[in-house]
Design a protein around this ligand. Structure first.
Ligand code: GTP
Ligand code: MG
Length: 205
């Protein structure tokens, strides 16, 4: 799929106030600073569509971007951001979880994981939360340009092994870099395939 147009629509603190429409939404979630906003910019071929920062905690609202006039990318705040205090963290967590659980337009959630790190407790807990609530999600490793090829392969494999301790079947997994554009086409093709899947596609006969 080619992104021909992408525009910022609005920011909200509550899923109920988010744009009213019947188009599919694809949201990006993950720890603060993992690269959610950067990847949205890469996918949409724009430098500053989503605001990025080297300091964690840049995105603190639910941001809707309309792509090609027929689907939405949603940039969510990061979880686990320490500097806003317990009350702020709880508020953000509720904003994120309510959106994820209640938003009927959400077709798929991309959980972003920094490929440099070992599996982290709060990421694994969040994935567990998605699984137990039946939220469709995929895993997207970010910042692949920061590792050698062999290290990258080893880290992704270690992550898969960790997930397989809990999960019989792994979710779709993507490896990306917002620097090099690695994985961008695969993500767009995947989004396209979900949008074009008919309900019968999931029935195995
Ligand atoms: P919050 O909004 O704070 O939750 O963060 P975020 O997940 O949106 O991260 P953001 O896109 O703002 O990126 C955080 C930092 O990581 C920035 O300094 C980016 O330039 C850098 N970064 C993001 N993606 C990549 C990548 O693929 N490669 C490299 N080398 N740096 C990246
Ligand atoms: Mg952000």
């Amino acid at each position: 799929m080619e992104v021909k147009k992408a525009v910022f629509v609005e920011s909200n603190s509550d899923w109920r106030k988010c744009p009213k429409h019947h188009l599919p939404e694809f949201a990006f979630i993950g720890r603060s600073n993992v690269g959610k906003s950067s990847l949205i910019n890469k996918i949409t071929n724009q430098k500053n569509l989503a605001k990025t920062s080297a300091t964690p905690g840049k995105t603190l609202l639910i941001n809707h971007f309309l792509v090609n006039d027929n689907w939405y990318l949603v940039d969510l705040p990061g979880y686990g951001f320490a500097k806003i205090g317990m009350e702020g963290r709880n508020k953000l967590e509720k904003m994120i979880k309510d959106y994820v659980l209640m938003r009927e337009e959400l077709f798929n959630l991309f959980v972003l994981i920094d490929c440099r790190h070992e599996p982290q407790k709060n990421d694994l807990e969040f994935i567990e939360f998605l699984g137990s609530n039946g939220v469709p999600f995929s895993i997207v490793f970010t910042k692949a340009d920061k590792l050698s090829k062999s290290r990258l392969v080893a880290n992704v494999q270690a992550y898969k092994s960790k997930l397989q301790e809990e999960w019989e079947e792994l979710p779709p997994i993507f490896v990306t870099s917002s620097e090099s554009g690695l994985g961008k086409e695969e993500l767009l093709e995947y989004i396209d395939s979900i949008m074009n899947a008919t309900p019968d596609d999931s029935v195995i006969e």
